[in-house]
Design a protein around this ligand. Structure first.
Ligand SMILES: [Mn+2]
Length: 384
């Protein structure tokens, strides 16, 4: 008989998002909690009764009681689903950790915390072999014990672990310790991994699910969960990728020659099929522009920022094309002299101060534009 479950990890409830405005940080935190509802919905839609969470349920061991309880309350809401949890490096099961207080925190009956490395039957004939972390940096492969774990004949064995696989990156840059061949070695039909925040297949029976709700600008396909079906004995599992993320975090760089390049870029963002106010965009602009276009960049940025959930637009690598018409700064006087000097610096090849000069010029221009109540440079108004 087939057995299906949802594989997820890296919720990191309570992650503070300190680098963002407070209101946005609140939304991002809320989205991570709501991901629990979306995981339950994904399970219910497929008739699945079990969700395996491969570690890092909580972000740290210094959370408020509310933050500790919130995911428990959410999981409890979905009583038809059994949630099977292990501690990861962020929420390692150290003395006094959240794991030792689950009963006091009111953990619901449908939450199963596996804090000891021993087989746990989660359904008739289906056993989870957990590799709970008891410290932030385990010194040895926490899945090693699975090779010798005794389970009854014909039992389906599913590994649940957290950490980096040998030869594959981790979220903190440390050396991988989990044997990539563990599933084969230990007779696991599937090894559900957490720690890498994106969904990735290591081999037919070993996957990272990634985080269900993206939490950083990293292009590693976050925002998913996996629906895994174990089929006939000897067959590889069938893994379905399910989109669960609310916010899409996009990190991009654009070479800008004219302002139209930015409009084209905005069009590609609009065509991603994600509502604009669910997009978090980190953008770097590069290139040399005319004076008119350089001013227009600022207006473009402000308009686009209002449509997106978040825009971090780095313009430090934007410069001016050589041979500008500097009459916007007047035909003589101190402003004109400063602009002339800055322009020369900004457009000189191999000038180490070129970027600073461009930025200074850009700021000078935007101040000028503000003083004049909007850019009065010829054609600037026509640039949309
Ligand atoms: Mn981790």
């Amino acid at each position: 008989m087939n057995f299906s479950f949802i594989h997820t990890a890296d919720w990191q409830i309570g992650k503070p998002f300190r680098n963002f405005p407070e209101r946005l940080a609140g939304r991002l935190e809320e989205a991570r909690l709501d991901a629990i509802d979306r995981l339950a919905e994904a399970a219910q839609a497929r008739g699945i009764r079990h969700v395996l969470v491969a570690g890092d349920i909580w972000d740290s061991d210094r959370l408020s009681s509310r933050e500790e309880r919130q995911p428990l309350v959410r999981m409890g809401k979905h009583a038809d689903v059994t949630w099977v949890l292990i501690p990861g490096n962020h929420d390692a099961a150290r003395a006094g950790s959240v794991w030792s207080r689950l009963a006091n925190l009111g953990a619901p009956a449908n939450v199963v915390a596996l804090v000891e490395p021993r087989p746990a039957e989660i359904a008739p004939g289906v056993v989870v072999l957990p590799a709970p972390l008891i410290s932030r940096r385990p010194g040895s492969d926490p899945t090693a014990w699975m090779d010798h774990a005794e389970t009854g004949a014909g039992t389906r064995r599913i590994g649940l672990a957290h950490g980096s696989v040998q030869g594959f990156g981790s979220d903190d840059g440390s050396e991988g310790i989990i044997d990539a061949a563990r599933a084969k070695r230990a007779g696991l039909e599937y090894l559900a991994l957490g720690d890498w925040h994106g969904a990735i297949r290591i081999n037919a029976r070993t996957w990272y699910s990634g985080t269900p709700e993206p939490d950083r600008f990293k292009d590693n396909e976050p925002g998913e969960a996996l629906a895994v079906t174990l089929g006939p004995a000897g067959a590889d599992p069938v893994v379905e990728r399910i989109a669960t993320g609310r916010f899409a975090w996009v990190d991009d760089e654009v070479d800008v020659a004219t302002i139209q390049d930015l409009d084209r870029f905005a069009t590609t963002i609009r065509r991603r099929g994600v509502v604009l106010d669910r997009i978090m965009l980190k953008l770097r602009l590069k290139g040399r522009l005319s004076l008119v276009d350089l001013i227009a960049v600022e207006a473009w940025r402000d308009r686009f920022a209002a449509e997106l959930q978040y825009l971090d637009c780095d313009t430090r690598s934007l410069g001016l094309v050589a041979g500008l018409d500097l009459d916007v700064f007047g035909t003589s006087g101190e402003l004109r002299t400063a602009a002339t000097t800055l322009t020369a610096l900004a457009s000189a090849p191999d000038e180490p101060r070129a970027a600073d000069a461009s930025e200074a010029l850009r700021q000078l221009l935007s101040i000028l534009a503000e003083v004049r109540d909007g850019p009065q440079v010829p054609d600037a108004g026509a640039v949309r």
